[in-house]
Design a protein. Structure first.
Ligand code: PEP
Ligand code: MG
Length: 764
């Protein structure tokens, strides 16, 4: 096997195990075999004592694991760690750093190659190979080790964050139920205290919780039934395809069916169920073990069979899950946890029972977070290290302000969060009183506070909070809830409801903005760079049949009303804008001319959400009735930070000086031309950012309904002159942190500061 093949198969094998200790063991075994050396060991950094501890070895005395401990610069391992680069020695004993550990039986090994395991600049450990005869490891061996260690670094960093690393190094912690703190991307503010409820993708072998069998005979019967159904499926597919399969392929089907027999997988699972495991647990454990075995085979054909075992495993698991007859009971304080929570997951739960949501994937502006915001449910996204599979039923606190999840909180932390929760309830009640007060600054200037909508629920909430208009109706949201493109009439009904609900207040309907992270289940788009790809208006112009139909539905929905505004997303050049405007006009003329509809001409606007549009504001403004700034996308494109990627979420700054300059340029140029501008990105709903926007000259802010009263309370306590002064100074500051510190420090009145800095519970 070539080194590349070995690497691939090591990665595959590592990916197919759940357990960190097992990962380390696989690494040392496979690396020793591939490099054909006497020893391979992994040393891991224990931050509690600042030492590198032997964590796994193949070749040294296994009793030495946990016993050999070296400080930075101590021994050869310490030297690798201190230098943060490989050390390659043909005669280790003659090196001044060499230390002899009797417990390791190490004297037999003369040559030494150690490479650091580095993640985000930190040395997390050292990977070492040693050999009895004196020789220098060659460049390709060194490169191989460096590559393995780079792969391992991510796994160790994850284990560190989940606490698995500490448990590996200090086995006494292994079964403790102590408090653990995980971090993600703060996505919807608020505090919730509740009980974890796992939302798993169906038929995910790796997400099956470890459960004992309540009734062994019942589990055996369920299992037999699931196997029979899977066999029937296979036979049916076989029959259907039989004339198109060659003999070899036909034989493969037979192998599958026989794998399910008692003498094979079926038998192994039955033994485990009889020993007291539930059918799902037993099945997933047996299958995972087999996937692992196949993945580690040298023969590429056999390695490929891991995929077949996985498919078979998922199929049977699917049947087992289907026969989970009991209806799932959701506690009244459900905190939904999952790998990639999405809108459809909310369909099974009654929303009143959901107090918080946490997703391991996604970020602040993902679709789920936008829904969470619309419903006011504290949400943390991108909690990549959360071991969500293990948390079913666990008490948790979700702090949506800091993006923190605390499992098994201590009484002190719990009390502190309860107090903070109470404070927030008091604030919410105080804000309720502002509902019917005018949106005026202290010196009497009216600021339009509009809302972003897409669901019926957020429209109702918006009206309840006194919204003065809809600055952004995301038409893609009703598209998500369908199984195919909605027809003209289906669309017309949904849009009309929105237009009618808010009339005579303005309603801004944005045309379909799919692509990026917003894929329709029935219109998948596979791209390497979806945010730079086929998105928004680009799709609409390439599919005029979809665009024209939508425009007809939108305009027909406004019959009898005069409050419709149409907004075009993702405009990045003038020809695109002109092509879209031409289609809008064509639809209007057809409807009012040939078809005789009595319609008011809608106002047409363009979104300013890509940097190119910022530089062309004047040209765009001359061609439309209004502009709307999409600061969510503008931030990601200006800063080159994917809005959906938790790895770079801490670089996604709406208070970045570059963004403030862009916002100023937009409003100044649009004002020159006399074109009204609104802003509908999430920053408009942040009380401090709203102030800054007003200071820059924005007079229409459109936000999630949940933020509306908070922003209103803020603006009612400042004058335009104060806001302008803050904006002027903010524009002179060189980085986000300074801008934020300046704005946060600008007020001392607790009635104001409580609007933007919720009491934080300090976590060590
Ligand atoms: C934006 O990009 O700021 C915006 C409002 O649109 P969306 O979040 O739907 O992309
Ligand atoms: Mg956008």
């Amino acid at each position: 096997m070539t080194m590349l093949d070995s690497l691939r198969s090591i990665v595959q094998e590592v990916n197919s195990v759940k357990d960190f200790a097992q990962v380390l063991q696989i690494i040392v075994q496979r690396v020793r075999k591939t490099t054909d050396t006497g020893v391979c060991s992994v040393y891991l950094h224990d931050s509690s004592c600042d030492k590198y501890i032997l964590a796994a070895t193949e070749g040294l005395n296994p009793q030495a694991v946990g016993q050999i401990r070296l400080g930075a610069n101590e021994g050869l391992v310490g030297l690798v760690a201190a230098k943060a680069e490989p050390v390659n020695l043909d005669d280790a004993e003659s090196h001044p750093n060499f230390i002899y550990f009797p417990e390791s039986s190490e004297e037999r090994f003369r040559s030494f190659l150690g490479v650091p395991i580095i993640h985000h600049g930190l040395v997390l450990g050292v990977l070492v190979v040693q050999q009895a005869e004196q020789r220098r490891f060659d460049e390709s061996e060194e490169a191989f080790l460096v590559t393995v260690s780079a792969q391992l670094a991510g796994v160790i960093a994850h284990a560190n964050a989940t606490g698995d690393l500490a448990r590996q190094l200090t086995p006494e912690l292994a079964h403790s139920n102590s408090q653990r703190i995980f971090r993600g991307v703060p996505s919807v503010p608020g505090i919730s205290i509740g009980t974890a409820v796992l939302i798993t993708a169906p038929a995910d072998l790796y997400a099956v919780p470890h459960r004992p069998a309540a009734d062994i005979d019942h589990e055996l019967a369920l299992f037999a039934h699931a196997l029979e159904q899977a066999k029937q499926d296979l036979r049916a597919v076989h029959a259907e395809l039989s004339d198109r399969l060659n003999q070899e392929e036909r034989a493969l089907f037979e192998v599958y069916v026989s794998m399910l027999d008692d003498t094979s997988l079926g038998g192994e699972v039955t033994v485990l169920i009889q020993a007291g495991l539930s059918a799902q647990t037993a099945w997933s454990e047996v299958i995972i073990e087999h996937i692992r075995n196949f993945s580690s085979m040298d023969d590429p054909y056999l390695r490929e069979r891991a995929t077949d075992v996985r498919d078979l495993g998922r199929r049977v698991l699917g049947y087992l899950q289907q026969s989970e007859v009991e209806e799932r009971e959701y506690p009244a304080d459900s905190v939904l946890l999952g790998e990639e929570l999405a809108a459809p997951n909310l369909a099974d739960v009654s929303v009143e029972k959901v107090v918080a949501m946490v997703s391991a994937k996604g970020s602040r502006n993902s679709h789920l977070a936008i829904l969470g915001r619309a419903m006011g449910i504290p949400t943390v996204m991108g909690a990549m290290d959360l071991p969500w599979r293990e948390l079913e039923g666990c008490p948790v606190i979700v702090d949506g302000h800091q993006g923190v999840i605390i499992t098994n909180p201590t009484p002190a932390v719990l009390n502190s969060y309860r107090a903070q929760y109470h404070e927030e309830q008091v604030l919410a009640e105080d804000l309720e009183r502002l509902r019917d007060e005018p949106n005026l600054t202290l010196d009497g200037v009216h600021i339009n506070l509009w809302v972003n909508t897409g669901l019926r629920l957020d429209s109702l909430l918006s009206l309840d909070r006194g919204a003065e208009g809809v600055g952004l109706y995301r038409t893609e949201i009703p598209f998500f809830l369908q199984e195919r493109f909605p027809s003209e009439d289906e669309q017309r009904k949904v849009y009309r409801e929105q237009i009618e609900m808010f009339a005579p207040r303005p309603v801004t309907m944005r045309t379909l903005d799919i692509g990026g992270d917003k894929a329709l289940p029935y219109f998948p788009i596979e791209e390497a760079n979806p945010f730079l790809g086929w998105r928004g208006i680009r799709i609409s112009l390439d599919h005029p049949e979809i665009f024209l139909l939508q425009l007809r539905a939108i305009m027909r929905a406004s019959e009898g009303f005069d409050n419709l505004r149409i907004l075009l997303p993702m405009i990045s050049n003038i020809p695109e804008l002109e092509a879209a405007l031409e289609l809008v006009n064509r639809v209007y003329n057809e409807l009012t001319g040939e078809e005789g509809y009595q319609l008011h001409r809608p106002l047409i606007g363009a979104m300013i959400e890509v940097p190119a549009a910022v530089y062309q504001v004047r040209e765009i403004a001359q061609r439309v009735d209004f502009l709307s700034v999409g600061s969510n996308d503008l931030t990601q494109y200006l800063l080159a930070v994917d809005r959906n990627n938790p790895r770079v979420a801490d670089l996604y700054h709406t208070y970045h000086p570059a963004l403030l300059q862009a916002l100023k340029q937009i409003i100044d140029n649009a004002n020159d031309i006399g074109c009204p501008v609104s802003i509908c990105g999430e920053m408009a709903g942040d009380p401090l950012a709203a102030l800054l926007l007003v200071g820059l000259g924005y007079r229409i802010l459109s936000m999630s309904a949940t933020n509306l009263l908070r922003v209103k309370a803020m603006l009612r306590q400042v004058t335009i002159a104060q806001a302008q002064e803050l904006a002027t100074t903010a524009l002179t500051l060189p980085d986000t942190t300074q801008i934020l510190e300046f704005l946060e420090g600008a007020f001392t009145d607790p009635d104001i500061t409580r609007l933007y800095s919720p009491g934080t519970t300090r976590l060590s």
